[in-house]
Design a protein around this ligand. Structure first.
Ligand SMILES: *[C@@H]1O[C@H](CO)[C@@H](O)[C@H](O)[C@H]1NC(C)=O
Ligand SMILES: *[C@@H]1O[C@H](CO)[C@@H](O)[C@H](O)[C@H]1NC(C)=O
Ligand SMILES: *[C@@H]1O[C@H](CO)[C@@H](O)[C@H](O)[C@H]1NC(C)=O
Ligand SMILES: *[C@@H]1O[C@H](CO)[C@@H](O)[C@H](O)[C@H]1NC(C)=O
Ligand SMILES: *[C@@H]1O[C@H](CO)[C@@H](O)[C@H](O)[C@H]1NC(C)=O
Ligand SMILES: *[C@@H]1O[C@H](CO)[C@@H](O)[C@H](O)[C@H]1NC(C)=O
Ligand SMILES: *[C@@H]1O[C@H](CO)[C@@H](O)[C@H](O)[C@H]1NC(C)=O
Length: 438
């Protein structure tokens, strides 16, 4: 098998397809697993009321007009380039006083201040991200502090963060990477709250952590494509044919309205090939098929329109987290090698490093949209800093729910997860940045 791996480029498309399937599977299995964890948590806290609503899987017939995993297109035509009317005004807001770009910097080994919590102490840890528990022998990945050039980040302080969250709702909205950041936030915050004063409600599309004494919640909403889609069920996604309603964020936005701090992300789910568009005024079930970038831009425009019409920056803070990099090809940081993130133990030192997984056209499109919303949206530009962290992924040190063949086991790179991030780890620093800007 090792030889086969070394046979070079001819196998790349095949490997890419296998990897694509693997990614979808891991995402899928993780959702299911996560529900189980929460179900357990729920039992523990004796909070049985939500169980029925939580785990009944909706199977609304498509006739209701709502997309679900059973939705299909009657036929598909090429995307004709229709765009929603933009409500976004050109933003006159002055550049914020960015005397220092905190996203530009380097990772410094610091085993005194980091990690910010212990993996095994966090009751909300996911088996997908608990790398030490799953046998990772090297633990240095937990000990890196982000040091911006020319200034310091605010030190993480859980009590101070709770003071900022008092009486408020903080909601993360997005995909499994955003959920990783949400779990990181729970782990960063939970230790200062006594067990009987905190609870978690596993309500499938929206999971809510409550801290009684602060009257505050930290929530996660599954919305991998931002707009309404047939992948909106966090447990049973539709994987093969992704259909979105490019002109409707309503299904998700009904929850955003009363939230004080919103943290969005979206990227990975757009990168799996063309997307079908089912416009709301389409009566015959005819979909248009659009390229990833066009489809994501439509969704982002719709999101921007919602922000423009609904966000008063004095009352609501909105963050957008840029794409989380992957480390699928070690030849990108070490030419001549044929591996991936497996067995990587230290960050990349080259400050100009940028991997091929982080699509520049997508970044440009996102920058263009959020720049017009500067007074209402703050970008957490985590891409460059996370690019350096080839050592931060679970690789083989996480729970896998599907069994692996002897051939795979003999070749760990073949099933390594180089997409998500170990905790404690990189997402803790994304949250430190969030804390810095609140
Ligand atoms: C849950 O469902 C069961 C049967 O479907 C029902 O008897 C029970 O009252 C429900 N519980 C709640 C809290 O709705
Ligand atoms: C931190 O790292 C240094 C150098 O690797 C090592 O000597 C020291 O024992 C470590 N300290 C802790 C608390 O792990
Ligand atoms: C993690 O646990 C060790 C002992 O198990 C303890 O010494 C250390 O202070 C803990 N670290 C944090 C951040 O709680
Ligand atoms: C954290 O913040 C609280 C409240 O603002 C403060 O009392 C405490 O000293 C801070 N802790 C550290 C370690 O800075
Ligand atoms: C708790 O916070 C909510 C907003 O999230 C607010 O509407 C409510 O009045 C608060 N309750 C108390 C007792 O402060
Ligand atoms: C597909 O077309 C038929 C007949 O034109 C229509 O009745 C049906 O509602 C369409 N399906 C969808 C999903 O719109
Ligand atoms: C994020 O930072 C990179 C440089 O690291 C820059 O090229 C990109 O435009 C920024 N993205 C956004 C959305 O501001």
């Amino acid at each position: 098998m090792i030889q086969r791996w070394h046979k070079k480029k001819t196998h790349l498309p095949f490997i890419a397809i296998v990897f694509f399937l693997f990614v979808l599977c891991t995402i899928f299995y993780n959702e299911r697993r996560f529900q189980e964890i929460h179900r357990k948590e729920n039992r523990k806290t004796g909070d049985q009321n939500d169980v029925n609503t939580t785990f009944s899987i909706k199977s609304t017939p498509s006739s209701s007009g709502i997309l679900d995993r059973f939705s299909t297109c009657n036929s598909t035509v090429k995307y004709k380039g229709q765009k929603a009317e933009s409500l976004v005004q050109t933003d006159e807001q002055e550049e914020m006083d960015d005397y220092c770009n905190v996203f530009s910097g380097r990772w410094v080994f610091d085993n005194i201040s980091f990690p910010l919590y212990n993996e095994s102490d966090c009751p909300y840890m996911s088996d997908q991200l608990a790398c030490r528990k799953h046998g990772r022998p090297d633990l240095m990945y937990q000990n890196w502090r982000w040091q911006p050039h020319g200034c310091n980040l605010k030190r993480w302080n859980a009590t101070e963060m709770w003071d900022k969250l008092r009486g408020k709702r903080l909601m993360f909205v997005g995909d499994s990477l955003n959920r990783g950041q949400w779990i990181s936030m729970l782990c960063l915050l939970e230790s200062v709250i006594p067990a009987e004063k905190k609870s978690i409600t596993p309500n499938a599309p929206l999971t809510i952590f409550r801290a009684e004494e602060y009257n505050a919640t930290v929530e996660f909403q599954w919305a991998p494509l931002i707009v309404e889609s047939n992948s909106d069920d966090p447990v049973n996604h539709r994987l093969d044919e992704r259909i979105i309603r490019p002109d409707s964020v309503l299904r998700h936005a009904s929850e955003w309205e009363h939230v004080d701090i919103l943290v969005f992300n979206s990227y990975l789910w757009w990168r799996q090939g063309p997307v079908k568009l089912l416009w709301s005024n389409e009566k015959n079930g005819v979909c248009e098929e659009a390229e990833s970038l066009d489809a994501m831009e439509l969704a982002m425009d719709e999101w921007a329109n919602w922000i423009e019409s609904n966000v008063n920056p004095l009352k609501k803070k909105v963050f957008f987290v840029t794409m989380s990099p992957t480390h699928l090809w070690s030849r990108e940081w070490e030419p001549g090698t044929e591996g991936n993130c497996y067995n990587e133990k230290t960050p990349i030192k080259d400050e100009n490093y940028w991997g091929s997984g982080s699509d520049l056209a997508t970044m440009g499109m996102v920058a263009n949209i959020v720049n017009k919303l500067k007074s209402k949206v703050r970008v957490l530009n985590i891409t460059q800093m996370s690019e350096y962290r080839k050592d931060g992924h679970p690789s083989i040190y996480r729970k896998f729910w599907e069994s692996r063949s002897a051939e795979q086991l003999a070749n760990p790179t073949s099933y390594s997860d180089c997409i998500h991030w170990c905790l404690p780890g990189v997402p803790d620093v994304w949250n430190q940045l969030l804390f810095h800007f609140l």
